[in-house]
Design a protein around this ligand. Structure first.
Ligand SMILES: [Zn+2]
Length: 133
């Protein structure tokens, strides 16, 4: 996906930073500020990049979010199956799977948008715009 090795790409994805300067935050609040976790800065506070590069750009994030949700549920289901040696009953699967799905949905929602802009957009890192300390 990247043309060259960028040692801080992973870190900027993990920290939800701007793909262009890898310094500015994409979201205004923390993931578990439940009323405001989805609020994004319209423009990068460091380099001024408009995050929604075209109208509806983040709609594609729904598919990424769906993939994350399925992955979370498969990992939970697999972990329960593994640690119970297949002897867990129905609710022993359902409660942790639904719980982790709901508990991680703010993170999933945000990471979907971060993935969209980092991996499915033409924006590339520009070291000249980085504001590192
Ligand atoms: Zn930026």
């Amino acid at each position: 996906m990247c043309d060259k090795y960028e040692p801080s790409k992973l870190l900027s994805v993990a920290k939800s930073k701007c793909p262009q300067c890898q310094s500015g935050k994409m979201f205004k609040y923390g993931a578990y500020n439940l009323k405001k976790f989805s609020q994004m800065h319209e423009h990068c506070p460091v380099c001024g990049l408009k995050f929604e590069i075209e109208p509806g750009f983040f709609w594609g994030g729904m598919y990424v979010s769906y993939a994350f949700s399925v992955a979370i549920m498969l990992v939970m289901g697999g972990a329960i199956l593994f640690f119970s040696n297949g002897k867990a009953d129905f609710w022993t699967y359902i409660i942790p799977i639904i719980g982790s799905f709901i508990g991680l949905s703010p993170v999933s929602y945000r990471m979907a948008r971060v993935f969209m802009i980092h991996f499915f957009s033409p924006i590339r890192f520009n070291p000249k715009l980085a504001n590192r300390k």
